[in-house]
Ligand binder design. Structure first.
Ligand SMILES: CC(C)(COP(=O)(O)OP(=O)(O)OC[C@H]1O[C@@H](n2cnc3c(N)ncnc32)[C@H](O)[C@@H]1OP(=O)(O)O)[C@@H](O)C(=O)NCCC(=O)NCCS
Length: 138
C-alpha cells in the first residue's frame, strides 16, 4: 500500500535514498521537510520498499526522487507510487518536471509510461552523462 511518510519511515527512506545519492540524508533532510514537499512510501508488512519525493510550487511539481528497493523492482511499485502521487496533487498543478540521466533505462521506461516528454537536455549534468529534463502536462 501507498501512504504518506510517517516518522518511523524516515531511516528506511534515507537508506533507500542512498541508492540514488550517497549524500541523500544530508542533501534532502527528510526529517524536516519544507511545507511544499511530500513523500509517499510503498509498504508491505509495514516495511518500506519504495518512495517518491516531490516539491509542489504553485502550478509546477518537481519530482525530486523516486526509488524502489533493488529486490522489489519491476513489480509495479514505482507505477503505484506515481499514480498515487498524481492522484493526490492539488487541482492547481498543471505540470510535473524532473531530471533524469539519459542512460537510466529503467527510469526512462517509467517516465515514458506516464507520458513524460523530453523538453530539454543538459550536457554533462551527471558527470560525463547528459540529463534529460522531462515534463508531464496534467
Ligand atoms: C526507476 C525505478 C524507480 C522503477 O521502479 P520499478 O518499481 O521497478 O518500476 P515499475 O515496476 O513500476 O515499472 C515501470 C515500467 O518500467 C518498466 N521497467 C522498469 N524497469 C525495467 C527494466 N529493468 N527493464 C525493462 N523495463 C523496465 C516496467 O516494465 C514498467 O513498464 P510496463 O508497465 O509497461 O511493463 C527503479 O528502477 C529504481 O529505483 N531505480 C533506481 C533509482 C532511480 O534511478 N530513480 C530515478 C531517478 S531519476
Amino acid at each position: 500500500m501507498v501512504d504518506s511518510l510517517h516518522f518511523e519511515d524516515i531511516s528506511r527512506v534515507n537508506e533507500l535514498g542512498s541508492i540514488l545519492n550517497s549524500k541523500f540524508e544530508k542533501l534532502f533532510h527528510i526529517d524536516s521537510l519544507n511545507n511544499n514537499e511530500k513523500i509517499y512510501v510503498y509498504k508491505e508488512d509495514n516495511k518500506v520498499y519504495g518512495f517518491i519525493h516531490i516539491s509542489i510550487n504553485y502550478e509546477v511539481v518537481d519530482l525530486l526522487n523516486i526509488v524502489v528497493d533493488k529486490a522489489k523492482r519491476k513489480q509495479n511499485i514505482a507505477t503505484l507510487l506515481m499514480d498515487y502521487m498524481i492522484g493526490d496533487l492539488p487541482k492547481t498543478v498543471i505540470r510535473i518536471l524532473l531530471e533524469v540521466d539519459e542512460n537510466n533505462v529503467e527510469a526512462l521506461k517509467l517516465y515514458n509510461k506516464f507520458n513524460f516528454q523530453v523538453i530539454s537536455e543538459r550536457n554533462n549534468y551527471y558527470g560525463s552523462n547528459n540529463a534529460y529534463v522531462m515534463e508531464k502536462r496534467l
